[in-house]
Design a protein around this ligand. Structure first.
Ligand SMILES: Cc1cc2nc3c(=O)[nH]c(=O)nc-3n(C[C@H](O)[C@H](O)[C@H](O)COP(=O)(O)OP(=O)(O)OC[C@H]3O[C@@H](n4cnc5c(N)ncnc54)[C@H](O)[C@@H]3O)c2cc1C
Length: 360
């Protein structure tokens, strides 16, 4: 039996891992359009700093990543959030903010109690489980293999790759952003594929900026701040474009060398250099002297999905339609939750779904 997992983000890697672990000899191939695994999970080491481009942690109460890490032998690599609390920048000063409201403003889908339990990450950053999975799945991973089309042929699938090659397989896991999976599904006649293709992914920019600790005048309290959306939308001369800032080196240990501070700013798409914009606005808010030692911007043209009304019903209906096709499942941020933990869960579930259909 051959199974193709399309997409090597965390959802696709988790699906492939589940298929490899419990599939009893199923031959798994992971087809990824880019030249690296991890999708929006990106960790870089820059001059002794650990820089996150996408996610920087997960809720401490979520069990999926600890379970996966144990399976991968990296269950002792976790770090816990060490400074708690988020402030609100009201345009004049930073004031304490209720944890639940902070989560809502940051678009984190969690209760106040869940947020109050804090976040966790990996000592080497969120790419640690990606690297461990990629290592275990090395013989299955195929990079620069963008899937351009799917055709059902009897009980099997013909998976066409951009450039002309193809794979014939018995099962498929589509672990792509919903807009990409939706298009492929629409083409094989899945009504509701269009509803998936229309899931909106919000664009954003994250900018990491490094400073010497003595450049920052204000005491950094807690894990960061959120800019009051009313300030951001105000009609005054220069509303801040900055949406939020994480004090990365304070939130988790090991993110910056001794005597240094790593900040991470969140911005909407903007004209000009986002690092300059972030530094200028952080200078006003935190009293920064001089220029950053370095900065690194990550552009997410389609970052986090925002589910619209009736999303869960569309997803359920699309999944129901998939049962009429040769074995195929969907997984990832576009369907059952956008957090890394939810993506691991949906990837593993998709792997099990394919196995159960192949053995039925
Ligand atoms: C800026 C940012 C910050 C975030 N912060 C957090 C956080 O702190 N905590 C948290 O829990 N979550 C966070 N998230 C959400 C979480 O990181 C993502 O939702 C999750 O990692 C998505 O995983 P995925 O596997 O579903 O999709 P992706 O990571 O998007 O992976 C999809 C993969 O499919 C590939 N692909 C696309 N088209 C094709 C094709 N045609 N053929 C083959 N391959 C294709 C892509 O190249 C990609 O590798 C954040 C997201 C962003 C963008």
């Amino acid at each position: 039996m051959r199974v193709a997992v399309v997409g090597a983000g965390i959802a696709g890697l988790a699906a492939a891992w589940e298929l490899q672990q419990t599939g009893g000899g199923v031959d798994v191939t992971v087809l990824e359009s880019e030249r690296r695994a991890g999708g929006v999970i990106v960790t870089e080491q820059v001059q002794g700093f650990i820089v996150e481009g996408g996610p920087d942690g997960f809720l401490a109460g979520e069990p999926e990543l600890p379970a996966l890490a144990n399976e991968l032998g990296i269950g002792d690599h976790f770090v816990s959030q060490r400074s708690r609390g988020t402030a609100l920048w009201n345009g004049k000063e930073l004031v304490p903010l209720d944890e639940g409201r902070a989560a809502a403003l940051l678009g984190i889908d969690a209760t106040k109690t869940e947020v109050a339990a804090g976040f966790r990450s990996f000592a080497g950053g969120m790419a640690e489980p990606v690297a461990a999975l990629a290592q275990r799945l090395a013989s299955a991973l195929r990079f620069a293999q963008g899937v351009a089309g799917l055709v059902s042929e009897g009980k099997r699938w013909h998976v066409a790759i951009t450039g002309g090659s193809a794979h014939d397989v018995d099962g498929v896991v589509l672990a792509l952003p919903a807009y990409a999976a939706g298009r492929l599904l629409e083409a094989v006649g899945v009504a509701h594929g269009r509803a998936l293709a229309n899931v909106v992914y919000v664009p954003s920019i994250t900018v990491s900026l490094a400073y010497r600790a003595d450049q920052i005048e204000k005491t950094l309290d807690g894990a960061g701040f959120v800019v009051d959306p009313d300030v951001a939308g105000a009609q005054n001369a220069a509303p801040p474009q900055l949406r939020a800032c994480t004090y990365a080196s304070q939130k988790f240990p090991g993110r910056a060398p001794q005597g240094h501070v790593l900040l991470r700013a969140y911005l909407p798409p903007l004209d000009g250099d986002p690092a300059k914009v972030a530094h200028a606005q952080l200078t006003t808010i935190l009293g920064i002297r001089g220029e950053p030692l370095w900065s690194r911007a990550f552009y997410w043209n389609r970052g986090l999905p925002r589910y619209r009304a009736h999303h869960a019903e569309h997803v359920a209906e699309a999944r129901h339609r998939l049962t009429r096709l040769p074995p195929i499942a969907i997984a990832g941020a576009g369907y059952d939750g956008a957090g890394v933990s939810a993506c691991v869960r949906s990837g593993k579930e998709a792997g099990r779904e394919i196995l159960s259909r192949l053995t039925r």
